[in-house]
Design a protein around this ligand. Structure first.
Ligand SMILES: [Zn+2]
Length: 286
């Protein structure tokens, strides 16, 4: 709210404000919670592929259901913007808003990345996070947010009046054009709100505005995911680098990020099945 209040508080304002907050979704009993099984499976896994995303650029990667992938910090602190799709149907993609509602503003080990309606199923489960020690800092900041969207050239143009072509939105668009051989106009429409990997963000305490601060990530840190379904991923190395100063320009040092794909040992997931789409009838009362 950037305007001054124009209405006086009612007499019972204090009691209205004192209503107890209720967590919207109780997720303890969510289906397909197999973290113990995944932890066992990751013990014997082997790296089968890796790609390096150059600074201020993007790249796609594919992860078969039942495999793991890691996003790894190399060379220097760098934030990554992650998009995920059902590899066989790009209309089913990562749903940052519902993931935020089901888990929290920032995600870590045990949290899932959920897909858009009408699929609404876990696309990936976070199985390890070397930055889980960070928790919440004194500014209220945390790591790996699902609240920001992605830096984009339209907002940048609106605010600065200049073209910049290496925002995460554009990096992800180019990655899809190359990775899936899509026309640019079509590829852009598949780009969606991201998981901000390694980014340290929160809301200012006084005005509740979205803030970023220098990421605590260092080379060697990684976040690891289990692919619940066949995944197409795209990762952008944000032009903001560690997002400790600016973004949407070339002023900040930027570094590559690596994506590593791991296959678990044969037989380690015999008790696991890939989750299906939501069981809701889809009739909406019609
Ligand atoms: Zn960005």
């Amino acid at each position: 709210m950037s305007e001054e209040n124009s209405n006086r508080s009612p007499a019972d304002a204090a009691s209205r404000r004192a209503a107890a907050p209720i967590v919207c979704y109780e997720v303890d009993q969510l289906p397909w919670s197999n973290l113990a099984l995944y932890q066992q499976a990751r013990e014997g896994m082997n790296k089968v592929d890796e790609i390096t995303v150059p600074p201020r650029d993007g790249a796609t990667f594919e992860v078969p259901a039942g495999s793991f992938f890691r996003i790894v910090s190399v060379e220097g602190p760098q934030v990554g913007d992650l998009n995920l799709w059902n590899a066989h149907d790009l209309s089913e993609r990562f749903f940052s808003g519902k993931t935020r509602q089901l888990h929290a503003t920032h995600v870590s080990t045990g949290d899932r990345l959920w897909s858009t309606l009408p699929g609404l199923r876990p696309m990936a489960t976070i199985t390890h996070d070397t930055l889980d020690w960070y928790g919440w800092d004194e500014d209220g900041g945390g790591v790996h947010d699902v609240i920001g969207t992605r830096c984009d050239p339209y907002t940048n143009y609106m605010l600065k009046g200049v073209d910049y072509h290496h925002c995460c939105h554009s990096n992800l668009t180019r990655a899809l054009v190359t990775g899936r051989n899509l026309p640019p106009g079509e590829a852009e429409l598949h780009v969606h709100d991201v998981m901000n990997v390694f980014m340290c963000t929160g809301f200012t305490r006084d005005t509740h505005q979205y803030f970023m601060k220098a990421s605590p990530v260092r080379p060697g840190d990684f976040i690891e995911f289990f692919a619940e379904i066949d995944l197409l991923g795209a990762l952008s190395t944000c032009p903001g680098g560690d997002c400790g100063s600016s973004h949407s320009d070339d002023s900040t040092p930027c570094f590559p990020l690596k994506v590593e794909i791991y296959k678990p040992a044969d037989g380690s997931l015999n008790d696991w099945t890939s989750p299906g789409r939501s069981g809701y009838s889809g009739t909406h009362g019609l």
